[in-house]
Write a protein that binds this ligand. Sequence first.
Ligand SMILES: [Zn+2]
Length: 241
Amino acid sequence: MKLIALLLAAIATSATAAECGADKLNTSRTLVLKREGAAYGTNQHAALPLAQGEVVLTFDDGPSPENTPQVLKALAEQCSKATFFMEGRYLRQSPELARRVVTEGHSAGIHSDTHPHLPTLSHEQQLDDLQRSRAAYKAVFGTETPAYRFPFLEQTPIMLEALKRANITVASIDLAINDWIPEDTTDILAKRLSENLDKAGRGIILMHDANGPTAKALPTLLNVLKDKGYKVVHLEWEKAQ
Ligand SMILES: [Zn+2]
C-alpha cells in the first residue's frame, strides 16, 4: 500500500511539473521579507533586492467576486505567484475568496479599509481606517497583515509611523500599467506594460484584480512578460510571532 501511495505521489508530482514546464512564465524564486516595517518600491522608497529582469506581480482593490477568479485562473495557467493587496471592506464581503487567493499560493496584504484619500482625513480617521483593515485581515487569515499598500499611493507621515511601529512592510511600486483608465483594452494594457518594462527593467508591477479589463487582459500580459524573458519573483513574509 505504501509503495502504491509513493508511486501515486510521484506521478502527481511529475504531472504538476509537466504542467508548469519551460513553456510557462512560472515563478523563478520566492523572496521572504522580514516583518520589520521596511518600505519598498522606487516610486517612493528603496528598491527591492531584485536582479535585472526580475519582477513582482501585485494586484490591488480586491477581492472581487466578478474579476479575481479570472485573475487566479490566468496566474495558475502560467504557474505564477503574486501578492494581492486587499481592502478591508471587500475582505468582510468575500472572506472565502480572499482565503482562496492564499490557498492557491499567493500572498496577501492590505490596501486600506475603504480606499480613502488618506491625506484629506484627520490623524484619528486615518488610524481608524488602518485599524479596521488590520482587523478585517486578521478575521479572515488569523494573522496580522505583513504588508500595506497606500490607496492611490498617497502616503502620510502618521500612517508611515504607525506601519513602522507595527512592523508592517510598506509596498510601493516600480511600474504600473495604469489600468484604472476605464476605456483601456487588452492591446493598450499590453503595450503599456511592454514599454514600462523596457524603462524599469525590473521591479514591483502594480495591477488591479478588481478591474474587469485587467482580468481579461492578464493572459496576454503574462505572455508579454514571458516573451520578453522576465522572471517572476514571489514575495512572502516571515511568519508572524
Ligand atoms: Zn487601489
